[in-house]
Ligand binder design. Structure first.
Ligand code: NAD
Ligand code: TDX
Length: 339
C-alpha cells in the first residue's frame, strides 16, 4: 500500500518555467492547505509573469539558482518537500552548448539532494522519457520502468545522470525520493523554441513552419495539466524509492501534429518548410503508464488531443505579449543552425 504523505510547505524548483508554472497553478487551485515556495533563476526560459494571479499568501517567489548551496540549504530548512522541475530543457540548445545542461541538471540536482539529505526533505524528481533513448517506428514496444537507460543527446544524458544521483541518494542515504519520467508536454506557456509553440507562433507571424528531417519522428503528447495531477499523486501516495512513468497514450508523428496545427489555423497541408534534421534525433518515444494507473489510480483528463491543441493555439493567439519579445532571437538562432 502506498504511504500517505500530506505536505504543507513545498518548494518547486523551476516554477517559473512551462511545466513548473502549470504545476504551481494546479497546486494552488487544487490543494488549499499547501504553501509553495518557487525557486527559479529566471533564465531565458523562466518568466515571473507565469505566476501572475497567485495570491501572496499561497506562494513565495525566490529568485535564485539551484546550484547556490547556502540558499538551497536555507530554503530546505523550512520545507516538507521539494518538487524539482528546474532544468535546461531543450535538446537543440544542448547540442549547440552542453555546458549549462551539465551544470544545472547534474550539479543543480546534486546540490538539492544534499540539502534534502541534511534536512530530511521529501524529494520528487521530474525527469523525462528521453532517458530511455528511442524506439523504432515499427516496434510495438513502449517504455516501462524496467527499460534500460540509453540517452542520446547531451540534454537527455544529463537528465539520466540526475536520475541516477536521485537513486543513489535514496539507496545510500535514505533520502525519501521518487522519480517520474514523463513524455512530451504541450499546453499554455511553453517556450516558443519547442515544436508546437514554434509552429503556432511562426504561423501567427507569417513565417512558414519548420519540420526536421523526414517528419516521421513520433512523440507521445500529454497535456501539462495531466502531468501536474500525476506528479501530485506520486508525491503524496507514491512508494518511496520508486520510479513512475507518466504518459497518456498520445503517440503522434511530427508531420501529423504539424498538419493538425496548419489545418487548425486555416493553412494548407503543405504550407511548411523541410529543414535540416537534429543530430542524433530520437525516432520515437512511447510510454506505458500501467504502473501509475494501476497503483495510484491516476487518469488523464485531456484525452482529446484536437481539443487540447485548439486551446493551445488559442492561448498563443490571445497572449502575443507573452511570446513576441523572444520570437526574433529564437528564429535567428534556428536560422543560424539551418533549422
Ligand atoms: P523550461 O525550460 O520551460 O523551464 C525550466 C525552468 O527552470 C525555467 O523557469 C528556468 O528559469 C529554471 N531554471 C533553469 N536553470 C535553473 C537554475 N540553475 N536554477 C534555478 N532555476 C533554473 O522547462 P520545462 O519544459 O517546463 O521542463 C521542466 C522539467 O520537466 C525539466 O526538468 C524537464 O527535463 C522535464 N520534462 C519536460 C518535458 C517537456 O515536454 N517539456 C517532458 C518531460 C520532462
Ligand atoms: O522546429 C522544430 N521542428 C521539428 O520538427 C522543432 C523545434 C522540433 N521538431 C521536432 C523534433 C522532435 O522530434 O519535433 C519534435 C519535438 O521537439 P521538441 O519540442 O524540441 O521536443 P523533444 O526534443 O521531443 O523534447 C521534449 O520532450 C521531452 C522536451 O523539450 C524535453 O524537455 C522533454 O524531456
Amino acid at each position: 500500500m502506498a504511504e500517505a504523505f500530506e505536505p504543507k510547505k513545498i518548494i518547486v524548483t523551476g516554477g517559473a518555467g512551462f511545466i513548473g508554472s502549470n504545476f504551481v497553478h494546479w497546486v494552488v487551485d487544487n490543494q488549499p492547505g499547501v504553501h509553495v515556495t518557487v525557486l527559479d533563476a529566471l533564465t531565458y526560459a523562466g518568466n515571473r509573469a507565469n505566476l501572475d494571479g497567485i495570491p501572496e499568501e499561497r506562494m513565495t517567489f525566490v529568485h535564485g539558482d539551484i546550484c547556490d548551496a547556502p540558499l538551497v540549504d536555507e530554503l530546505f530548512a523550512h520545507a516538507d518537500a521539494v518538487v524539482h522541475f528546474a532544468a535546461e530543457s531543450h535538446n537543440d540548445n544542448s547540442i549547440a552548448d552542453p555546458a549549462p545542461f551539465v551544470r544545472t541538471n547534474v550539479e543543480g540536482t546534486f546540490t538539492l539532494l544534499e540539502a534534502a539529505r541534511k534536512h530530511k526533505v521529501r524529494f520528487h524528481h521530474i525527469s523525462t522519457d528521453e532517458v530511455y533513448g528511442d524506439l523504432a517506428l515499427d516496434d510495438p514496444a513502449k517504455f516501462t520502468e524496467d527499460t534500460p537507460y540509453h540517452p542520446s543527446s547531451p540534454y537527455s544524458s544529463t537528465k539520466a545522470s540526475s536520475d541516477l544521483l536521485v537513486r543513489a541518494w535514496y539507496r545510500t542515504y535514505g533520502v525519501r525520493a521518487t522519480i517520474s519520467n514523463c513524455s512530451n508536454n504541450y499546453g499554455p506557456r511553453q517556450h516558443i523554441e519547442k515544436f508546437i509553440p514554434r509552429q503556432i507562433t511562426n504561423i501567427l507571424c507569417g513565417i512558414r513552419p519548420k519540420l526536421y528531417g523526414d517528419g516521421k519522428n513520433v512523440r507521445d503528447w500529454i497535456h501539462t495539466e495531466d502531468h501536474s495531477s500525476a506528479v501530485w499523486e506520486i508525491l503524496t501516495r507514491g512508494r518511496i524509492g520508486e520510479t513512475y512513468l507518466i504518459g497518456a497514450n498520445g503517440e503522434r508523428g511530427n508531420i501529423d501534429v504539424l498538419r493538425a496545427i496548419l489545418a487548425g489555423m486555416g493553412k494548407g497541408a503543405d504550407d511548411f518548410d523541410w529543414v535540416r534534421d537534429r543530430p542524433g534525433h530520437d525516432r520515437r518515444y512511447a510510454i506505458d503508464a500501467t504502473k501509475l494507473r494501476t497503483e495510484l489510480g491516476w487518469v488523464p483528463k485531456h484525452t482529446d488531443f484536437a481539443e487540447g491543441l485548439a486551446q493551445t493555439i488559442e492561448w498563443y493567439r490571445a497572449n502575443p505579449e507573452w511570446w513576441q519579445g523572444a520570437k526574433e532571437a529564437t528564429e535567428a538562432k534556428y536560422a543560424a543552425q539551418g533549422q
